[in-house]
Design a protein around this ligand. Sequence first.
Ligand code: NAD
Ligand code: UDX
Length: 463
Amino acid sequence: MNIKSICCIGAGYVGGPTMSVIAQKNPHIKVTVVDVNADRIAAWNSEDLSQLPIFEPGLDKVVAEARGRNLFFSTEVDRAIDAAEMIFISVNTPTKTYGAGKGMAADLQYVELCARQIAKVSTSNKIVVEKSTLPVKTAEAIKDILDNTGNGIHFEILSNPEFLAEGTAIQDLETPDRVLIGGESTASGQKAIEVLKTIYAAWVPEDQIITTNLWSSELSKLTANAFLAQRVSSINALTELCEKTGANINEVANAIGTDSRIGPKFLKASVGFGGSCFQKDILNLVYICKSLGLNEAADYWEQVIIMNNHQRERFADQIVKALYGTVADKKITFFGWAFKKDTNDTRESAAIYIADKLIDEHANIQVYDPKVSALQMQSDLNYLNSRSESDNDSYLSSEKDPYKAAEGAHALAIITEWDEFQNYDWKKIYDSMSKPACVFDGRNLLNKSELEAIGFSYQGIGQ
Ligand code: NAD
Ligand code: UDX
């Protein structure tokens, strides 16, 4: 069976780019991405491609090719669900902020709503694909809802977690290391796997499409993120030791990364990982382990988060210490607010936590980020803390010109590794700053000896 019509519920960082690439590579399939957020859908439909709701290198070209041909963005959720043979659920699954499992478990309310809506409006058989990252065994609940509240039609559930990273989403989707599809071992389950496989096989070599049972697929996604985050925390856990002993974390990472068993990727010391996935997914893994009484496994994975929190706090503490123990009324400039380069996403960015800690010390923070709006920065800070919005406003400001942002600053903190920072006129920045001009390079992005030659007091991470 070849699918002619797909619906994706959720037009976010995953649903938007993923469906754009599926539509681009399968021009014979009509792909409709729906969302309850009308502003987001309007932005996806914007004539001006620089106004798409998310910034991803290369995304504009893919959207330009497929949109209006076989790719559509709409708020008409019910109609798109009923018209589709295959439905991807790609809604958010944030950490719960209330009730049982608060602060740890994944909040599955949006996923459940999708399942109920699919059950309610569907009048023909569907393959329902979990694209969102979900706790292991979620497919069981989805199937239960579909079978018990539906119109007696047949639903097949697949798990097809997404491994794209933001900033490289299009590249990751076009040349994925692998595509993972989990399904039931029944004949209809296997058939559904084959149908989804055909869609990816339009551009992904078949030997890179891995098939497993549902639970292995769900758990593999949490595991992949836990392993990746663990690598960042592992390298970060050595940075303090480097600073105390004269070892250099960049050299250590290079030395160990050449061991083919370890490999060179994901060994960049930093201010701490951010993004919407790592912390949420590890907390969820810890919660699942605890719920099953697996306390040692839970404690093991929780350390990854503990280390990350420590790294962010340590960075803020270093700034205060270097500025003679007080940052009150001092201007501290942040270069970067996004959680990594090449994205406008700020969810769980280390910037938010570091700014919060420094504002507790009454520092004035001014931020330059090439892709993040002032409004977004304020709302990130308001969401995190209990300070009044007007207090946050008075301590945090943003500036569109990086040179102006640095003027008069006592310290400059590199939070995001935007490439453009390397090409700045650092002598000009030095001349405009209060002395001693300190640079805290939370990404080890700049050249220490070049900055020291200019006169900066330079502190990298783990060097
Ligand atoms: P997101 O918040 O950017 O997008 C989710 C969208 O779903 C929102 O626009 C929201 O309005 C919409 N939505 C929620 N409930 C809805 C409903 N009932 N009907 C219609 N629309 C609804 O989230 P995201 O970053 O795209 O993540 C989605 C899922 O993918 C999460 O489970 C996440 O863990 C997973 N994931 C994310 C990434 C990433 O890099 N962001 C990578 C891999 C996996
Ligand atoms: C991650 C996973 O990589 C991706 O497979 C999954 O689908 C979603 O979660 P993402 O969060 O978008 O992707 O970006 P990623 O490149 O993994 O970076 C996450 C955080 O770790 C960023 O803050 C990044 O700066 C940080 N990081 C990454 C480091 O500090 N050091 C590194 O070596 C790598």
